[in-house]
Design a protein around this ligand. Structure first.
Ligand SMILES: [Zn+2]
Ligand SMILES: [Zn+2]
Length: 378
């Protein structure tokens, strides 16, 4: 079977490039041999790196998406071992993943960076999670500055080359040590490594290229979602610094408790109280389903306490499949607590008729209460 490269990175099939990059960065930060000496972490890091390589190379990813393994020698991959020769897993790759530029290709970094993902909770009633809905949500996020379109400059002005670093984005310092001169470089503090400064910042965003704004966004909630699930709205997250591409907005579903029904995945549960006499004689129970429709539940004569009646297809729709779960009706048989004289007389007569007026260990009722008490394990 082909390796689930998405799964290795903790992603769902079809994840976006930025998700793949983010997942890899997050895992690499914990697992890279330079920071984690654990041999298990090293192995895991190789797996993660391989998945990253498989999903960021368009040709390899195509093979993955077709259900193949691009590193399988039969699948036409270059070279047998993914780690042989290519030096994959080296520091260059991790720097590349962190900063979007290799160690070898130093230079001013871009002012434009991708935006963060955002998360918002959405409270829904059980009817809405089960049958689906479209809800308007209001989010406060960073959006592109309308005045400068992300450039960060006041209208009619332009960024200028940073004087401190002459546009290189980094400054060097020389230290003397017993080994000789050590030259180290660090990002330029004046321009934060971008090599450019904005002498006339945009009055709207103060050179950030983005502003905070409140937006109302419609969210389509598919039928069958469950508490805790997240719906991803691609590109509806925060716009990045310098007007960089927006992250994703995740809407986390929170299901409010329902008065009658509880939920267990695709199944719904409810409890009905049934008088002892009705349980003995059988009856028809009127029940209003979650969708508001009335139905009759057939209760057979001799129904026992704790009986669960199954109404097929009256549960929640399956999210990624067809069909619906079931509604499970739990029958609570109620023993009368207060009897008037007439009722008590009738019940006593019934007890005599059934030979139940003097129950005791001698009762021969097969499978009856008392025989079970005597032999609880039979
Ligand atoms: Zn602006
Ligand atoms: Zn500078």
């Amino acid at each position: 079977m082909a390796t689930d490269y998405y799964g290795v990175l903790g992603l769902a099939r079809g994840a976006s490039d930025s998700d793949i990059k983010k997942a890899y960065r997050r895992l690499a930060r914990d697992l890279h041999p330079d920071v984690n000496p654990d041999p298990e972490a090293k192995e895991r890091f190789q797996e993660v790196s391989r998945a990253y390589q498989a999903l960021t190379d368009p040709d390899k990813r195509r093979i993955v998406d077709l259900g193949g393994d691009p590193f399988d020698s039969g699948a036409g991959a270059a070279g047998g071992s993914p780690f042989g020769g290519a030096g994959f897993g080296g520091l260059g790759d991790i720097m590349d993943a962190f900063f979007g530029g290799g160690v070898g290709s130093r230079g001013p970094r871009s002012r434009v960076r991708a935006g963060d993902d955002a998360l918002i909770g959405l409270e829904l009633d059980l009817e809405q999670t089960v049958f689906g809905t479209t809800e308007e949500i209001t989010v406060d996020t960073a959006v592109l500055c309308g005045t400068c379109s992300g450039a960060g400059t006041a209208p009619g002005t332009h960024p200028t080359t940073c004087i401190t670093c002459s546009g290189r984005g980094e400054v060097q310092s020389v230290q003397r040590s017993f080994l000789g001169q050590v030259v180290s470089s660090r990002p330029c503090p004046t321009c934060a490594g971008t090599g450019q400064v904005i002498p006339d910042p945009c009055p709207e965003c103060g050179s950030e290229g983005r502003v905070r704004a409140r937006r109302t966004i419609p969210v389509k909630v598919p039928a069958g979602v469950e508490d805790g699930m997240r719906i991803r709205l691609t590109g509806r997250g925060e716009v990045g610094p310098g007007g960089g591409p927006a992250g994703d907005l995740y809407v986390e579903i929170r299901e409010r408790p329902h008065e009658v029904f509880t939920r267990d995945g695709e199944d719904l549960h409810c409890h009905v109280a049934l008088p002892m006499t009705a349980a003995a004689l059988g009856t028809t129970l009127p029940l209003t389903l979650l969708d508001g429709e009335d139905t009759d539940v057939d209760v057979r004569p001799g129904t026992q306490a704790g009986t669960v009646l199954t109404l097929r297809g009256q549960g929640a729709p399956r999210l990624r499949a067809t069909g619906r779960g079931n509604l499970l009706v739990h029958v609570d048989v109620q023993t009368p607590t207060r009897l008037d004289a007439e009722q008590e007389k009738l019940l006593r007569e019934l007890a005599v008729l059934r030979g139940e007026d003097r129950p005791g260990p001698s009762s021969e009722a097969p499978g009856g209460l008392f025989s079970r008490v005597r032999n609880p394990f039979k």
